[in-house]
Design a protein around this ligand. Structure first.
Ligand SMILES: CC(C)(COP(=O)(O)OP(=O)(O)OC[C@H]1O[C@@H](n2cnc3c(N)ncnc32)[C@H](O)[C@@H]1OP(=O)(O)O)[C@@H](O)C(=O)NCCC(=O)NCCSC(=O)C[C@H](O)C(=O)O
Ligand SMILES: [Mg+2]
Length: 299
């Protein structure tokens, strides 16, 4: 009934220049990794980092985790070489699932990059992720998300960059993120309209796990599919926040079973324990069960 689900609860950034982090990632329980060639790598280390990332990914060992490389921005001197290196490696069979483009300004950029990937011989499975981290990108989030309707863009996921948003707008990143809540929700809405997934930004204070857990819970309520992370210590909290809890799953299964009963075949609405349930609620329940099954299947 639903397309196969790939859990993206926790996606951990790591600097492409940090060999130890790349090594360590192979044993971490994150759903995915973003290996960064952009902000986490100093200008003088860009080339070496690119080579090291390709070497490390060629060695493999990332299992079922989704591997994404964040390249430098399309208007930087490193972009072309970054994209070519990743496209070449993916074409040679190296396990890379997507290229993350930082500071995407408009939908046109995605089409241009998608065509470049095609010209470079990137396999069709190499998808494109887009960072939404400038005021213009937030305002154009719907256009950007709708670009996914054109397969040439390869767009699969939008990722919020809340640090850059704070820098560009002057909004302060405080617990609860009142300053950004409407922007974040707007991006979730846009992503759904375009049929792409959407990941929340990072929590910088990685030693404050209680604050982080609260932000994960808020992001899950807003509808994000998962959150981007900066430290391995955040993974388990994040996985828990974006996994359907056992009591919710028990209720979901009961609701599905109820609608599946022959005597309810012709009914569009049921009451259970004083609450109204329509078939759309059974659809939501099926989706949550499918997510839980996909999480369980990855072990
Ligand atoms: C923030 C850090 C620099 C902290 O690093 P460190 O001081 O080494 O932390 P620890 O000593 O606590 O590390 C413990 C062990 O874990 C490994 N480690 C640490 N971080 C990572 C990681 N991200 N991935 C994999 N492994 C990691 C250490 O090597 C230690 O291992 P061991 O040797 O076994 O003890 C560091 O966490 C870090 O660099 N984080 C990622 C920074 C990054 O990538 N930033 C760019 C993306 S964030 C962003 O900009 C989003 C967006 O664009 C926006 O605008 O918001
Ligand atoms: Mg950023």
């Amino acid at each position: 009934m639903f397309a196969p689900i790939r859990p993206r609860r926790s996606v951990l950034y790591m600097p492409g220049s940090n060999a130890r982090a790349l090594e360590k990632a192979r044993d971490l329980p994150a759903d995915g990794f973003i290996i960064d060639l952009e902000d986490a790598v100093a200008p003088e280390a860009k080339r070496e980092a690119r080579d090291q990332v390709v070497q490390s990914l060629t060695a493999g060992g990332f299992g079922r985790r989704e591997v994404v490389v964040r390249v430098n921005g399309t208007n930087t001197p490193w972009f072309d070489a970054d994209l070519a290196a990743i496209a070449r490696a993916a074409a040679a069979g190296v396990g890379i699932h997507a290229v993350l483009i930082p500071k995407v300004a408009d939908a046109e950029t995605l089409l241009v990059v998608g065509r470049q990937m095609e010209a470079l011989g990137a396999p069709s499975g190499l998808r494109l992720w887009a960072m939404i981290e400038t005021p213009l990108a937030v305002l154009r989030a719907l256009d950007i998300a709708l670009a996914a309707r054109n397969p040439a863009t390869r767009l699969a996921v939008m990722v919020l960059g809340t640090n850059d948003l704070a820098k560009e707008t002057g909004a302060q990143l405080r617990p609860g993120r009142a300053s950004m809540a409407s922007w974040l929700s707007h991006c979730v809405l846009a992503a759904r309209a375009g049929g792409v997934e959407v990941l929340d930004g990072v929590w910088n204070d990685f030693t404050d796990l209680n604050g982080f857990a609260r932000e994960c819970a808020e992001a899950a309520i807003m509808g994000f599919d998962g959150k981007t992370l900066i430290h391995p210590g955040q993974i388990e909290t994040c996985n828990a926040a974006f996994s359907p809890p056992d009591d919710e799953l028990a209720q979901a299964r009961a609701l599905i079973a109820m609608f599946d009963r022959p005597e309810n075949a012709g009914r569009g609405v049921l009451q259970v324990g004083g609450r109204m349930y329509e078939r759309m609620h059974a659809d939501i329940a099926r989706k949550r069960v499918a997510l839980a099954d996909a999480i369980a299947a990855r072990g």
